[in-house]
Design a protein around this ligand. Sequence first.
Ligand code: SAH
Length: 385
Amino acid sequence: MTSLPLIPAISAAPTARRASMPPQHLADLDLAGRQALVAGLGEPAFRAKQVSNHYFGRLVRDPQAMTDLPAATRERLADQLLPTLLTPVRELACDDGATRKALWKLHDGALVESVLMGYPDRVTVCISSQAGCGMACPFCATGQAGLTRNLSTAEIVDQAVYLAGVAASGAVAGSPPRLSHVVFMGMGEPLANYNRVIAAIRRLVSPAPEGLGLSQRHITVSTVGLVPAIRRLASEDLSVTLALSLHAPDDDLRDELVPVNQRWKVAEVLDAAWDYAARTGRRVSIEYAMIKDVNDQPWRADLLGRLLAGKLAHVNLIPLNPTPGSRWDASPKPVEREFVRRLRDAGVSTTVRDTRGREIDGACGQLAAAEDTDTNTDRAGEAPA
Ligand code: SAH
């Protein structure tokens, strides 16, 4: 049994990274904030709109391409408004180019990852909200390493803007060029970095030039179930989709799989989820990783069905992506099919998530974990794939 993992990992090892926030970036600020910053630099306030339009509207970040700005001030404005936050360390593609995974190094050396997924009708990015994670779910690669630090608002937003630019360049064959969906299912627990995640969502949904202009309904925030934060999210003027990582319908098992359950039990977290659904009218997505002989028994499907029947909920079963060295495996397909059948018989809408990115360490945190291992075993010079 795992104990409550809410204390960030603080290591005294000489290689330990100091948690340090990055320089301020325009995506940290709303438009009024950017205008005040630009005015403070002695520039006309409308320059804030111009730079914002390049960044959010045209997905351009190279100051030399901003030809409507006087050449003399371009560099200075870019230095202040668009400092480099994400440096690509590896970019990997699979699924015939429809899935692209990016591993970024942040200004302090911390590693985070994002995934761009193209479908015939939409383009989704999966982004990280923290470097590492303090929630310690034992089946999750990110959970094993602990929390390094929260990401800044702009570090969160920049993952989406950067990959929106990659999509716009036509890199995702067979998909529309415009980014349409964002899911907070990368590294970290978004609701543990609440204020910055909310600010990031506001940037993602504000129309250009203030933001990226995505639909609120196309943004999904996935959480282990921090009940007070779910309730707070319900009171924001936002109608984003809530995904709840349930993974077990009973407290005994959920206490182990999602250790924060020791604080907020299944009944409490579902209560908060139904209140969220009622307040926003949005169906809650119940995430359930199918782990062989751990949480995939028919009786657990039936119990889950009873908990969810008649609720504004959809179950998303995720075949477990085993982390290296894990004692757990994905459920066999016949077991998965029986689980789906029982949920549907209970009247619960259920789908099995596609397993995008498996061959590029698609599971949460695996790419960063692999990179860390490479670095620590002196294989960092390996050519990126
Ligand atoms: N901290 C948030 C968001 C990040 S993880 C959360 O827990 O919801 C996004 C989803 O991937 C969560 O449902 C998480 O439980 C799941 N996940 C993590 N590791 C996984 C693995 N090895 N196999 C399958 N799903 C995994």
